[in-house]
Design a protein around this ligand. Structure first.
Ligand code: FE2
Ligand code: FE2
Length: 159
């Protein structure tokens, strides 16, 4: 997992997590911090194993830990954070030794993690699903105000 460690140590990656923390310091809902990123990475890897997908572990982790790095840009500039995260991830992935083909796979999954129905590759699909099921909603005090469940969606606790 050498390449994943390179991402985690990358100054731009660290800067994005700090900017997310700053932007979310008064947020009452779940945040977009390293814990969430790692939760999504682990669940994505479980899904890949369960579904016998042959996606390298460090590609799965790269997509998962990058998927919300541009969240701060959505708060500050009103842009879509999935697109912002994919754009920010490119340079970090390049510096961390990912190939052009891997970068395409990873940034596609990051770009398409948000809206249902936009997922094409297996990587897109497992990132979308793992992001959704990663939140520990049990006992949440603000679940009634959470935008995610305002449409009647039920929390899932499968992983
Ligand atoms: Fe997101
Ligand atoms: Fe997320």
């Amino acid at each position: 997992m050498q390449r994943v460690n390179k991402i985690l140590d990358h100054p731009k990656f660290i800067d994005c997590l700090n900017k997310n923390a700053q932007a979310e310091k008064n947020r009452i809902f779940c945040c977009h911090d390293l814990r969430h990123a790692i939760d999504v990475a682990r669940i994505s890897y479980i899904l890949a194993l369960e579904e016998n997908l042959s996606i390298p572990k460090d590609v799965i982790y790269a997509a998962a830990i990058s998927h919300d790095i541009g969240r701060w840009k959505e708060y500050l500039e009103g842009v879509d954070h999935a697109d912002a995260s994919a754009d920010l991830a490119l340079e970090i992935l390049e510096d961390s030794g990912y190939t052009s083909q891997e970068k395409k796979l990873i940034t596609s999954a990051v770009r398409n993690h948000r809206n249902e129905g936009q997922q094409n590759s297996h990587m897109d699909k497992i990132l979308y699903r793992s992001d959704k099921i990663s939140r520990p909603c049990s006992g949440c005090l603000v679940i009634n105000q959470c935008k995610r469940f305002s449409n009647g969606e039920e929390p899932q606790f499968d992983y």
